[in-house]
Design a protein around this ligand. Structure first.
Ligand SMILES: Nc1ncnc2c1ncn2[C@@H]1O[C@H](COP(=O)(O)OP(=O)(O)O)[C@@H](O)[C@H]1O
Ligand SMILES: [Mg+2]
Length: 470
């Protein structure tokens, strides 16, 4: 609960316009003149304050030396964000039910903005008001704690090469020594709250300078089955990862770096990105997203990022063929705007660390990749994720229109689905295919009958990398 603010000092006395005329001026002046009395009073208060201040200084020195204990958290530590979010959560009143914390309301706030961009181009912005730089107080489980958030602007950390710099920040929690046992409890609460939002969610990190940072809010996991690949393909990839994850010791015993690389290639809109994200979700892994053609990403940074990915994450390098673009642009200041081929190979080979590393790469242009990339150790598993096969088209249709909540009779869905499959088979024989993304878009716009009736227009001459044999 909030403590009442300390009472304000009484307003300064208003002097009478004219002093009273009387015989003995001085005593009566003193007696009558409120201003003078006020002055005397102030002197008294001043003296008392001075004494009190000396006393407080003295006491606070003793306290600080003997009885206080501080905990410093800097912004490189994950607990930093958790703590600020926890503090924000507590002050927002949302948590007043759990009476373990009370606050003196903070007037120095700062805002943390999170922008979430969706693949369809829309975005949402979230604000969170957290305690700003300055001193704040709160009571946690009966103990007063002081929070000092400080920003050191001179020393910057991270990303200077990228022209970005993050000020060094710390929060220092101070409390009485006897309450030191509360720190771990408090941090655990903050961590639980921080993780709560992520449970059952997929966290995507992007490169921020040379660091990985969570990007946007954690997203809902996509069920793995909702990405329809060729029959058996999904299982094959999943089993491969499971086998890899269970062989840590095997790798260690043989001194082989514990890493595995996957390459998914195929035309755009076939579900490569969606599948990798769904797969990460099903393993409760995070995604670290890298785009090689992103401006500012150079070889040294790539190397650093790959060797420092957060635990339990898949590194996803999209459009890996960008590194094979022979026209590496170098601006006037000698700044290389993209990753080179040898830079990519070096980063993939990396410094052998004991940590596991799972890298997924995607490309729409397998033919542009250098064979050096696809050797074991760099790419251990490569799969074509192609345009919709007839079976995939049927399954996507069934998933889309069928199911428990469907407004269409199950039999009708089956009949239509089979019709679509046959259509796709005929088209494929004529060398025409459709991407899964195009089918999905089509299904969103049409009723089941309409969708099947109008499907033939979607097929285009197969530009897939490999033609399917039927
Ligand atoms: N195999 C698939 N199964 C289900 N949906 C798919 C599939 N392939 C593509 N989509 C849909 O099409 C869109 C684009 O897919 P995406 O994963 O970005 O393709 P890619 O990375 O191969 O270019 C996504 O909205 C996804 O849901
Ligand atoms: Mg993609």
């Amino acid at each position: 609960m909030e403590s009442p603010p300390p009472p304000l000092p009484p307003p300064p006395p208003v002097p009478d316009a004219v002093p009273h005329a009387s015989g003995s001026f001085l005593p009566s002046f003193v007696a009558d003149n409120q201003l003078f009395q006020g002055g005397l009073g102030l002197m008294g208060i001043g003296a008392a304050v001075a004494v009190a201040r000396t006393g407080t200084l003295w006491a606070s020195n003793i306290l600080r030396r003997r009885m206080l204990v501080s905990l410093e958290i800097d912004n490189r530590d994950r607990a930093y964000e958790w703590f600020l979010a926890w503090m924000a959560h507590r002050t927002s009143g949302a948590a007043s039910a759990s009476r373990s914390v009370s606050w003196i309301r903070s007037h120095e706030l700062s805002v943390e903005t999170m922008i979430e961009r969706r693949p369809n181009g829309s975005s949402s912005v979230f604000f969170q008001l957290v305690a700003g730089p300055g001193t704040h107080w709160f009571k946690y489980r009966g103990a007063w704690m002081q929070v000092k958030r400080e920003r050191e602007t001179r020393s910057m950390m991270g990303g200077q090469q990228a022209g970005m710099s993050v000020p060094w920040e710390t929060v220092t929690l101070t409390t009485l020594s006897r309450d030191r046992r509360l720190f771990p409890q408090l941090l655990a609460e903050a961590r639980d709250l921080g993780m709560q939002g992520q449970e059952g969610k997929l966290v995507i990190h992007t490169a921020w300078g040379i660091e990985w940072r969570p990007f946007g809010k954690p997203r809902r996991k996509r069920p793995l089955q909702s990405v329809v690949l060729e029959p058996g393909m999904s299982d094959k990839i999943e089993q491969d990862i499971k086998a890899f994850l269970s062989r840590r010791q095997w790798y260690a015993d043989r001194g082989i770096p514990y890493r595995r690389g996957y390459l998914l290639h195929g035309p755009p809109g076939s579900g490569k990105t969606s599948y990798i994200q769904a797969l990460a979700g099903s393993f409760s892994y995070d995604i670290c997203l890298l785009n090689l053609s992103e401006r500012g990403l150079a070889d040294d940074k790539l190397n650093h990022l790959l060797s420092n990915a957060p635990e339990r994450s898949f590194v996803l390098i999209e459009d890996v063929d960008a590194a094979f673009n022979k026209r590496v642009q170098t601006s006037a200041d000698g700044y290389q705007s993209s990753v080179t081929f040898s830079g990519l190979l070096n980063a993939l080979d990396g410094v052998a660390s004991g940590e596991e590393r799972i890298i997924f790469m995607t490309t729409n242009h397998l033919e542009r990749l250098d064979p050096a990339l696809i050797r074991p150790g760099r790419v251990d598993f490569s799969a074509l994720i192609d345009n919709a096969s007839p079976a995939q088209a049927r399954e996507l249709f069934q998933r889309f229109y069928g199911g428990a909540n469907s407004q269409v009779a199950a039999d009708d869905v089956e009949v239509l689905a089979r019709k679509l499959q046959e259509m796709a088979e005929t088209k494929l024989k004529n060398g025409e295919t459709v991407s899964m993304a195009a089918l999905q878009g089509h299904f969103i716009r049409h009723s089941p009958d309409e969708a099947v009736a109008r499907c033939p227009e979607l097929f285009v001459s197969n530009t897939g990398i490999l033609k399917k044999d039927l």
